[in-house]
Design a binder for this molecule. Sequence first.
Ligand code: UT7
Length: 331
Amino acid sequence: MTASSVIISGLGTSIPDKVVTNDDLSKVIDTSDDWIRSRSGIGERRLAGENETASSLGAAAARAAIADAGISKDEVDLVIVGTMSPDMPFPSTACLVQAELGLGTVAAFDVVAACSGFLYILEVGAKLMKSGAYRNALIIGAEKMSSILDWQDRTTCVLFGDGAGAAVLSLSDQANTGVGEIILRADGSKMDLLNMPGGGARMPASAESVSARQHFLKMNGKEVFKNAVREMGDITLETIEKNGLVPDDIKCFIPHQANIRIIESLAKRLQVDMSRVYVNIDRYGNTSAASVPIAMWEARQKGYFGPGDNILLTAFGAGLTWGGAVVRWPE
Ligand code: UT7
């Protein structure tokens, strides 16, 4: 086949069963449904069970995506996982997913780009496919955020949730379709705004690091918020332009679900009605690298977009990292 495009041929999700509402949280920490809802738009989140991890959620989402693509697992020849809450520092969560799915010895690796993870693995996956070396790639955003949250820190623990979303990338001979131009950016000089200080070579685990709660996510919410509003707006406009389009050419906008106020400010900046912007933060909170693929799966199920439509994906997260992508759904 003379492939001219890389398309998203299948999507799948895996969302833990356990629902934790804001009211549930207000019974264990000093917070309220009103505060969480008005500041972030979150109403509830899903939390993984003891035996669920990024790899088990990721593998379940991947199985669903393979079925949705209508291919056999033997046709998958590359696995890339985006996660900031891996099962363990090494080996990669992608290797664990590959083994759990029984994918033989196909290449598998992780990309760490926090909440922008799915945009990064989409770019890496699509470009590797375009090289001609792979036929079907699994790209998976998978997180067990609950394992890296400080449940004594009300400024962060109320904001995140667990879950996974996966896509199969396949070669297609349909011209002008599939994954279009993607823009990725990062600014490591702002790494202090959102990180997990402990557990790496700078601060290996010790009795002191554990008692100082250094193995949990730390965030300067206000500063991250300001950067997210500015950079997601800029990169979205730039990405649309780089694809030779205008905002009206985009059928559905699928932003990372971190805060409804960030999403609304993006819609305002683009001058698009919120009816064209997919939102599910009320039900899942911020699932980091899983947020964009879960939202894309739901938006497709609900008919927000269909064959031949352009969709816009954008995300922002720790690093700092951010990105934008246009995808034209195959006919
Ligand atoms: O995925 C990418 C990364 N994440 C983001 O993009 C998140 C970006 N940031 C945000 O979404 C928002 O900044 C937050 C939702 C985290 C916070 O909203 P905010 O409007 O910036 O609130 P704030 O941090 O200014 O906090 C306001 C007040 C503080 O009290 P004082 O100092 O005004 O008395 C906090 O102590 O709210 C208090 N507060 C809470 N109260 C009840 C902070 N967390 C809570 C809480 N419940 N959970």
